[in-house]
Design a protein around this ligand. Structure first.
Ligand code: BG6
Length: 492
C-alpha cells in the first residue's frame, strides 16, 4: 500500500490553549506527524497562545516535550523534529482582556493573504470572548477559519447561544466544529463500505436489517477530568456528538457526493427523523449508570464518587438507549446505543444484525442458523467482520457453523493509521467541512437529547450503580433482552 501525501497550502495556525491537555496530547503530535510526512509546506507557522507569559524558546521546549511524551519513540525522527520546532512562535494572550492581542496582531500582520486558522482548544465559556476579540482586532481575513471543540453547550439553548456568539464574527462556512470520531479511520470506512460496494446498500433497510448496535466502551475512568465530566455526563459527553454521528453515518441515505453539504444534509435528515424519547418513555428506553469501585485490567480502581470527592453526584458515567429512526428506510429497526467509562473492555463497534433467513431447508441436525452480522470495529484492532453461516468442514454430514470473514486493517495494511486529528486539522486547512458538524446538525442533535436530560432531571431515580470493570448496569442488558435480543459479544 502506498500512502499519498498531498501538501496543503501554506498557513498560519493560532492555537488558543496551546499549553493545555488537548494541545499536548492531540494537536501537537498530529501536527508533527503531518509535518514529518511532508504535508505541511515550508513557511507554515504555528503560533501558540495561552495566558502564561513564556518565551518562544520556552514554548518550543514545551512542544518538544509534548512530542517526546505523546509520539511513540519509533515514530520520532530528529531530522524532522528540528525544522518542526522552528515553525513555532508564542504569544501570551488573555481571552478575557486586551492583554497580548496587539502582539498577536503584529505576528499575523505579514501574512494577510494566507490561510489563517484559529484553533480554540479551550473551554466553551471562552469561545465568545476569543471570537469577539479576533473580530475587534480585525484578524478575520477572507481565508480565516475557526475550529471549536466540544462540548458545544449543555443543552440546545446554550449551544444556540454559543453558535450565535461565534456566528457574529465568523460565517458558517468558516466554522469547523470538531467531532474527532468523524476523523477516525473506520468511521471513514463506513462511508466506503456502504457507498463503494454494491453488496450492502440493497440490504441496508428495515426489510433486511433486524437491529443495529453501537457501543463505545472505555476502560478508563474520568481521570483528571472529573471537574468537567461531572457537569456533562455520558449523554452529553459521548452520545450527543460521537454516537449520534455514528448513527447518522450508519443510517443516512447515499449523499449526492462527498462534498460537505450533501453529506451534512443527509446526516441532518437522520437526526431530524430520530423518534423523540420523552416523558414516561425515557425510563423504558434509556438506562443511566454510575460506576462503583471495582477492577480495571486486574487493578483495583475507585468508584466515580470517590474520584470526584462528592458523594451526591448523580452524573451518569454509562448510558444505554433504545433509539428509533422514523423514516421509510428504518421504521421498526431499533438502534441500541451504549457507552460508558470503566467498562470491561475498550471496544467501540457498530454491529448490524440482519434478519433471520425466511425458512431453513436443513435438517435440525445441521444446527441452528444464526443471522448474518456485519461488525465494524472502530477501536482497538480496527477492522470489519462479516459473520456468515458455512458448512462445518470435514466429515459428519451437513452441520452448519457461524464464522466471520475477518479483515483486520492492521494485518491487511501496514501503513500507520493517522490519528483523527491529523486528518481533521489538514481538512481545516484545505477548507473541507465534510467531517465537521454544521450548526443545524448540532442543534438537531440537542433537540433529541434535551427531553432525555429533562426527564432524568425530573426523576428521583439516581443512576444505577455498576461495578467498574463490568459491562454496566444489568438494566442495560434487560433493556435489550426485553426485545428478545442481546448485546453483541465478540467470541471469535
Ligand atoms: C471525548 C470525550 O470526546 O472522547 C472523552 O470527552 C472520551 O470522555 C473520548 O474519553 C473518547 O475518544 P476516543 O478517541 O479515545 O474513543
Amino acid at each position: 500500500m502506498t500512502t499519498r501525501i498531498i501538501p496543503v497550502d501554506v498557513f498560519d495556525l493560532v492555537v488558543f490553549g496551546a499549553t493545555g491537555d488537548l494541545s499536548q496530547r492531540k494537536l501537537l503530535p498530529a501536527l508533527y506527524h503531518r509535518d514529518a510526512d511532508g504535508q505541511i509546506p515550508p513557511g507554515a507557522r504555528i503560533i501558540g497562545t495561552s495566558r502564561k507569559p513564556m518565551s518562544r524558546d520556552a514554548f518550543r521546549a514545551f512542544v518538544l516535550s509534548a512530542i517526546e511524551t505523546y509520539v511513540p519513540a519509533e515514530e520520532r525522527n530528529p531530522v524532522f523534529i528540528k525544522p518542526f520546532l522552528e515553525r513555532f512562535d508564542y504569544v501570551a494572550v488573555d481571552a478575557a482582556s486586551e492583554t497580548g492581542w496587539a502582539d498577536l496582531e503584529k505576528i499575523l500582520a505579514p501574512n494577510p493573504d494566507r490561510i489563517r486558522v484559529f484553533y480554540l482548544a479551550v473551554g466553551p465559556d471562552l469561545f465568545g470572548s476569543i471570537c469577539d476579540r479576533i473580530g475587534a482586532h480585525k484578524l478575520v481575513t477572507p481565508k480565516a477559519r475557526v475550529v471549536i471543540e466540544k462540548p458545544l453547550g449543555k443543552s440546545g439553548e446554550s449551544a444556540r447561544a454559543i453558535n450565535d456568539e461565534i456566528g457574529k464574527v465568523f460565517p458558517e462556512q468558516s466554522i469547523y466544529r470538531i467531532d474527532h470520531y468523524l476523523g477516525k479511520e473506520t468511521v471513514q470506512n463506513l462511508m466506503a463500505l456502504r457507498f463503494a460496494n454494491a453488496l450492502f446498500e440493497p440490504l441496508w433497510n428495515s426489510a433486511h436489517i433486524d437491529h443495529v448496535q453501537i457501543t463505545v466502551a472505555e476502560t478508563l475512568g474520568v481521570e483528571g477530568r472529573a471537574g468537567y465530566y461531572d457537569t456533562a455526563g455520558a449523554l452529553r459527553d459521548m452520545v450527543q456528538n460521537h454516537i449520534l454521528q455514528l448513527v447518522c453515518l450508519t443510517a443516512m441515505e447515499p449523499p449526492a457526493s462527498t462534498a460537505s453539504d450533501p453529506v451534512r444534509d443527509e446526516k441532518l435528515k437522520v437526526l431530524k427523523s430520530l423518534k423523540p424519547i420523552t416523558g414516561e418513555a425515557v425510563s423504558s428506553a434509556t438506562v443511566r449508570g454510575q460506576y462503583r469501585a471495582g477492577a480495571s485490567g486486574g487493578v483495583a480502581v475507585p468508584g466515580y464518587l470517590d474520584e470526584l470527592g462528592n458523594s451526591d453526584s448523580t452524573t451518569e458515567t454509562f448510558v444505554a438507549i433504545r433509539a428509533e429512526i422514523s423514516n421509510w428506510r428504518w421504521n421498526g429497526v431499533p438502534f441500541y446505543l451504549r457507552t460508558g467509562k470503566r467498562l470491561e473492555k475498550r471496544e467501540s463497534e457498530i454491529v448490524v444484525t440482519f434478519k433471520p433467513i425466511p425458512y431453513s431447508v436443513f435438517e435440525v441436525t445441521a444446527g441452528p442458523i444464526t443471522p448474518n452480522r456485519l461488525v465494524m470495529r472502530l477501536q482497538p484492532d480496527e477492522g470489519v467482520k462479516l459473520w456468515l453461516m458455512i458448512k462445518d468442514p470435514g466429515p459428519g454430514g451437513m452441520r452448519l457453523t457461524h464464522v466471520p470473514l475477518d479483515m483486520s486493517f492492521a494485518k491487511a495494511f501496514t501503513a500507520r493509521h493517522p490519528d483523527a486529528y491529523e486528518r481533521l486539522i489538514m481538512d481545516v486547512v484545505r477548507g473541507s467541512q465534510t467531517l465537521f458538524m454544521r450548526r443545524d446538525e448540532v442543534e438537531a442533535a440537542w433537540k433529541w437529547i434535551d427531553p432525555i436530560l429533562d426527564a432524568w432531571k425530573g426523576s428521583n431515580e439516581p443512576p444505577k450503580p455498576y461495578t467498574a470493570g463490568t459491562w454496566g448496569p444489568s438494566a442495560a442488558v434487560a433493556m435489550i433482552e426485553r426485545d428478545g435480543r442481546t448485546w453483541y459479544e465478540d467470541v471469535a
